[in-house]
Design a protein around this ligand. Sequence first.
Ligand SMILES: C[S@@+](CC[C@H](N)C(=O)[O-])C[C@H]1O[C@@H](n2cnc3c(N)ncnc32)[C@H](O)[C@@H]1O
Length: 176
Amino acid sequence: MKNKKHSNLDFRIMSFFFKIRDMLHPPIKKIINADIKQGEKVLDYGCGSGSYSIVAAEKIGPMGKLIAADIHPLALKKVRKRAKKMGYNNIETIQTDCDTKLNDESIDRIICFDVLHGISNKNNIINEFYRVLKPNSILSLDDHHYNKDQIIDFITSDGLFKLANSNDKQYNFIKI
Ligand SMILES: C[S@@+](CC[C@H](N)C(=O)[O-])C[C@H]1O[C@@H](n2cnc3c(N)ncnc32)[C@H](O)[C@@H]1O
């Protein structure tokens, strides 16, 4: 089943509120919790207007690659605009609804913040994360719409991931 994307107006309103959120809760904190390192290939799944993509792109540096993925074309347009403004050449964008078309085991780390609740068939995206991540790599995820037990159950119940650690409602899962 296909997932629905926001209207353009809803997306713009959401982006406005994220600007305020980012002033109150600087995105760097989640990037540090995700333990993103220089030179890594990172997938920001459900990147929205790119709050985390831009900070992650700075963290991985010019030898790394940040792939910003979203179902909404305005999200990707916004990320490209921000990347250009910052002078970052290490960001790629892909429009996707769970099927990223990335190569198997090609990604060092996935970040997925505040996205899971919008995905109707969670197994689709969890299987896709498993497919594209390198062995023993980390999926860092949060979603304030769910409690801790629900999140851990969604991600680990199929035996593809196990919880490595958590910090302030952000959960790092390791690919088994
Ligand atoms: C609440 S926003 C969070 C954006 C960003 N992660 C952040 O925290 O700033 C959720 C984002 O997930 C995207 N999204 C929803 N369903 C999706 C799907 N099936 N595939 C890819 N992106 C999706 C939405 O378009 C939206 O940009």
